[in-house]
Design a protein around this ligand. Sequence first.
Ligand code: HEC
Ligand code: HEC
Length: 354
Amino acid sequence: MGISQRIGEWTAAAAVCVTAVVSIASSGHGAPPERPDPVDRRAVRSLLAQYARPDSVPHPEDNRYTAERRALGKLLFFDARLSGTGDVSCASCHDPARSYGDGRARAVGVTRTTLGRRTPTVLNTAYAPALFWDGRAETLEQQALGPIEAAGEMGLPLPVMVRRMNAVAGYRARFAAAYGSDSITPALVAKAIAQFERTVNSTPAPFDRWAAGDDRAIEESAKRGFVLFNGKASCASCHGGWRFTDDSFHDIGVPGADSGRARVVPGVEVLEFAFKTPTLRNVVERAPYMHDGSERTLAEVVELYDRGGRARRASLSPFIKPLGLTRQEKDDLVAFLRTLSSRDTVSVPTHFPR
Ligand code: HEC
Ligand code: HEC
């Protein structure tokens, strides 16, 4: 399916959902903005249904889930021997304590060089049809070897990786148990890492508990924020669905020279300066924001949207326009975003195969 076709479909879907909210909001007989009506969960039930979490994780046919594979992939994800200098692992940048980001505006790799973009989370990427800010990889298997060989990231040429890994008897045994081959190849390393990443998923958050019927799971301000998110602020036009992303690419008016998706698909105006809509699950834990870390807080992000973007270009998405939000409405949106965080714990491996 073509990109423009996908954008078209989402636009249609978004229009339907915005209409639904406007009718809910206007049934609230003009209360003054400082004392808004309470939000009745039952009245927004059909909207909430659009954010229902799936029951299972999609694993591809040629890399079916097994406990051995996941355990192996987890070791590799945390093992700094996958870097040229031996001190950088995937988890150095995708740190579980920072919701699988690194807390920096732009990533810093083995050679201490600052990379061009901010580290996105690997949370819920099992469900993502396109990876990287510009969507240049389609599967986790395809993505995993990139950072290992990239000079600025982990800086380990794949032939060196293969020699180094095959010299570790403990890894050979684990690859044999997981994939039936004790000859460690780049393709198997990628499969194992991808397998672990598919198990890095956010668990139910306070928002989900509210959606499921617990009226006290989130505060009133956050409930109003949810209605704004789907209505007046039209955030859901792009951040729809349970991961709060349409998996598409938009120019939302973040200033800068990085042309984003246009590097991968040149010659389409709306893809200039367009970046992948990031998931908003656990987003409060991942400041600073955007592909370049240019917004420091969620309040700053809401300010950007309220102004209709900070950079006005021909490629700017038609959904980005001045919103006229009140102080209270901005606070409500931030309160809502804060309810999307789940408490996920992962044990970080301390012993690696020898
Ligand atoms: C030096 C920091 C750094 C290291 C180390 C690193 N990454 Fe990343 N990762 C990034 C950055 C920066 C991006 C975004 C690059 C872009 O979009 O152009 C990224 C993107 C990703 C994505 C795409 C996420 C999305 O939502 O699109 C995945 C998955 C990922 N990395 C997994 C890994 C794995 C697996 C490893 C280890 C083999 C790894 N990374 C090592 C910084 C790092
Ligand atoms: C036109 C589609 C679109 C709309 C509408 C939209 N967003 Fe976004 N959002 C994006 C894209 C694309 C990015 C990433 C842009 C970048 O990095 O340059 C983003 C980034 C964000 C981020 C930063 C997340 C991170 O990890 O960096 C937050 C928070 C956010 N949006 C919240 C909202 C809220 C709240 C609204 C409504 C006021 C909203 N968005 C409306 C597409 C959209």
